[in-house]
Every structure is written in C-alpha cells, then in structure tokens.
Design a protein around this ligand. Structure first.
Ligand code: FAD
Ligand code: UDP
Length: 384
C-alpha cells in the first residue's frame, strides 16, 4: 500500500514526492503519463549532443531564498541572466522596453529623465487598470503597445490584450534605465547539469517509486494508495463536468544548425512578423560549448498539450466551480499550474508545493494509520 499516489512528475509532484518520502518516511508512487520526469521543465540532449528544453525555454529566477536553497539540495547552479531582443520595425531592440529600446527605435539620445517625460506625454490615462492592454497603454502609450505587445499577445493567446487579465502583460516591466535583463529577481540561475538531472536527484529515494508512461486513469483503481496529490488539469480530474477549462498550447519546432551561433541573445521575440512568437538558442542558457547550435521555434496553438491557463474572468469563474468540487474531495490535494489554474513560474510552483507540504504536516500525523483521522482535503493546496 502506497501512502501517496502522486500524479505528475513536474515541479509540483516531484518536490512533494521528495518531501513526503524523506521527511515523513512515507511510501510514494510518482507517475507521469509522459515518458519522462520533469514535467514541462524536462531537458534532454538532441541527436547532435546539444542540451535542449523539449517544452521551450525554462530559466530559473526567484526572489525567495527559501525556494532557491531548497532546490540547491538537488543541483549546482550556473549563473545566467536572461536577455531578450524583439524584432520591431526591422530592428533588434531590448525587451522589456528600456532607454536603449526607445533611443534605438526612434533614433533619439534621451536620458533616463527625458524618457520618463517622453512616456508621460504618450501614456493614456486609464481609470482602473483591468486588462493586459490597460497595463501597457497606461505606461508607454499606444504606439509602443502596438509594436511590442498587441501582435505578440494576439499570436500567443489567440486573444486581444483587452480580453486578457492585466496579470499577463504585467509580467513584463517597463524601464527607464539601461537594464536589459528580462528578469529583475535576486536569484537567476540555470541548473548546472540541466533540469532533468536535478529532478533525477530529487526523486531518487528508496521510498519513491517512479512510473512514467502511466496515466492516472490506468492505476487509480488498481494500485492501492491512501491519498492522492494531483498535478494535472483540474477539469480532466472531474471528467470535464462543467465543460472544458481553456488552456493555451504550443507546437515546438526544434532545429539544429551546422554553425556555432544563430542570434545575439538567448531569445528573440517576434511581435510583428512570423507565425512563431520567439526563437530560443539554448547555448546561451546552458553555457554548453559545441560547434553546432540548437534552436526552438514556438508556434502557439489552441490544440495540443495544456501549457498555459488563460487568465480571463470567465475562465476564473469556471475554475472556481471545479475548485469547489476539489475542496469537497477528501484525501486529494490539487497542486501545480494545471490543477490550480494559475499562470505560475517554476519558483512559484515550488513555493506552492512546499506550502502544501507544511499543511499536510499540520493536518496529518506522519506515516501512521490515519484511517480514523479526518484528512484535510484539497483546500490545502488550493488555498495557497
Ligand atoms: P507540469 O510541469 O505541467 O507537470 C505536470 C505533469 O503532470 C506533466 O508532466 C503531465 O504529463 C502530468 N500529468 C497530467 N495529467 C496526468 C495524468 N492524468 N496522469 C499522469 N500524469 C499526468 N517558468 C519559469 O520559472 N521560467 C521560465 O522561463 C518558464 N518558461 C516556460 C516556458 C514555457 C513554454 C512554458 C509552457 C512554461 C514555462 N514556465 C517557466 C512555467 C513552468 O513550466 C511551470 O511553472 C512548471 O513547469 C509547472 O510545474 P507543474 O508541476 O505544476 O506542472
Ligand atoms: N509579451 C508581449 N510581447 C513580448 C513579450 C511578452 O506581448 O515581447 C506579453 C505576451 O502576452 C506574453 C506575456 O507578455 O504572453 C508574458 O510574457 P512572458 O515572456 O512572461 O511569457 P512566457 O515566457 O510565460 O511565455
């Protein structure tokens, strides 16, 4: 009898598997329907020996020392500050928009202070910032919004920014200095030997049994277990009872070139042209030395694996209906980006998993026969 059946071996499932196995000495069966662990952060070597990210570029960044320290138990790190250029009006300019972006795009030589006035003169007043359009036009005005955000967002989400919650474009700041790093976080690193190696170390524990190519539906009634941690799509768990929750998908085109380098930075965004949103060149991220170079093109799609919850009010309402069902389901914890329908980065998922572990500890005695204990259900994760 397993103490836990954990569905999904991404960050949410793997972090919890390790905690339960090593801190509570409980027996864990960790399954994934894919043929590998690591979830969307999985990386592997292509047939030329280049380390690539199968599901698009993953850069670790966080302001939480606790989360960074926790993962540091399973990997060494390589310092990496991510930089992105956008192809706009046939020029390659920094995104997030900064002083150099505006000067280069318009042939100006503004100072930081002058740029603040330049933005003020163009910013559109918005009474209450609600949408992803409001966020940008209220700071930089409509012209830069259209050049950098409108086309990219329409392509990425199949929706106009005015239909998306403000949280989506708020992920990308606007700067008046020359800082051209994509993220401003205190800790910015890549796992030195890759994400998959880090996951392997995390889940290699005598109390954890890993089964890939295993769907929850195939084992839930046959493999005895006391409780479940579910990190897949929440609507699927409940057989789509209230209808499908929308998730955005991507098609990844991986290419290896017979040349050392392709582009000047790790990622180039295409907000105005092309069907793909961005091209990633992995050697910048991984630091790998190799005579060839590996790229990924991302083509957004409505069909395919669920990669992004889509932050808009109707979807949140539908999620709330599933959340109410989840809260009423004993002995199942719903954790992770798909199960809690949140557009979370890796570090936030690790934080959510660690918070869930704390709540499990508060509500369940460790490795005991808990048949007489009223287990605290899904609310543990969903409330985080
Ligand atoms: P997942 O990684 O999705 O893992 C869930 C797992 O559950 C999957 O492997 C799935 O196969 C499995 N599963 C689902 N249903 C079942 C079932 N019924 N039976 C068995 N297995 C099942 N974050 C960052 O911090 N930095 C980045 O640069 C970054 N870049 C990203 C780029 C892209 C293109 C995408 C899509 C995401 C990016 N993220 C990034 C976000 C990051 O991928 C997620 O935050 C993180 O991987 C979520 O972990 P998770 O465990 O919740 O989900
Ligand atoms: N975005 C944009 N233009 C850009 C970069 C981002 O319009 O050049 C918008 C777009 O809606 C995108 C969101 O900002 O989905 C968040 O960008 P981020 O790079 O964080 O997306 P992710 O890496 O999660 O795909």
């Amino acid at each position: 009898m397993y103490d836990w059946l954990i569905v999904g071996a991404g960050f949410a499932g793997s972090v919890l598997a390790e905690r339960l196995a090593s801190e509570r000495n409980e027996r864990v069966l960790l399954i994934d329907r894919r043929n590998h662990i690591g979830g969307n952060a999985y990386d592997c070597y292509d047939d030329q020996g280049l380390l690539i990210h199968q599901y698009g570029p993953h850069i670790f960044h966080t302001n939480s020392r606790q989360i960074f320290d926790h993962l540091s138990r399973f990997t060494e790190w390589r310092p990496y500050e991510h930089r992105v250029l956008a192809k706009v009006d046939d020029k390659l300019v920094p995104i997030p928009i900064n002083l150099d972006t505006v000067n280069k795009l318009y042939g100006l030589s503004l100072t930081s202070e002058e740029l603040q006035d330049w933005f003020k003169a163009r910013a559109e007043p918005v009474d209450e910032i609600k949408t992803s359009e409001d966020v940008v036009v209220s700071v930089v005005g409509r012209e830069l919004y259209e050049k950098f955000f409108r086309g990219y967002t329409r392509k990425q989400w199949g929706l106009d920014p005015s239909e998306l919650d403000k949280s989506v474009t708020s992920r990308v700041p606007t700067r008046t200095n020359r800082d051209d790093r994509y993220f401003g976080d205190e800790f910015q690193f890549m796992p030195k030997h890759g994400y998959t190696r880090m996951f392997e170390t995390m889940v290699s524990h005598p109390n954890i049994h890993v089964m890939t190519q295993t769907d929850y539906a195939d084992v839930k009634d046959t493999i005895p277990h006391r409780r479940v941690i579910y990190t897949g799509p929440i609507d699927e768990y409940f057989d789509f009872r209230f209808g499908k929750l929308p998730y955005r998908s991507l098609r990844f085109e991986h290419v290896t070139l017979d040349q050392a380098w392709h582009q000047p930075v790790g990622v180039v965004n295409y907000p105005q042209t092309e069907d793909y949103t961005r091209i990633t060149e992995y050697k910048y991220l991984t630091g790998q030395e190799h005579a060839k170079t590996a790229l990924t093109y991302e083509y957004p799609s409505a069909e395919g694996d669920p990669y992004y919850p889509i932050p808009k009010p109707e979807n949140q309402e539908l999620f709330k209906k599933y959340e109410r069902l989840a809260l009423a389901t004993p002995d199942v914890w719903f954790v992770g980006r798909l199960a809690t329908y949140r557009y979370y980065n890796m570090d936030q998922i690790v934080g959510q998993a660690l918070a869930t572990f704390r709540r499990i500890n508060e509500s369940l005695p460790a490795n005991a026969d808990t048949s007489s204990v009223q287990a605290m259900p899904a609310s543990a994760a969903l409330a985080s």
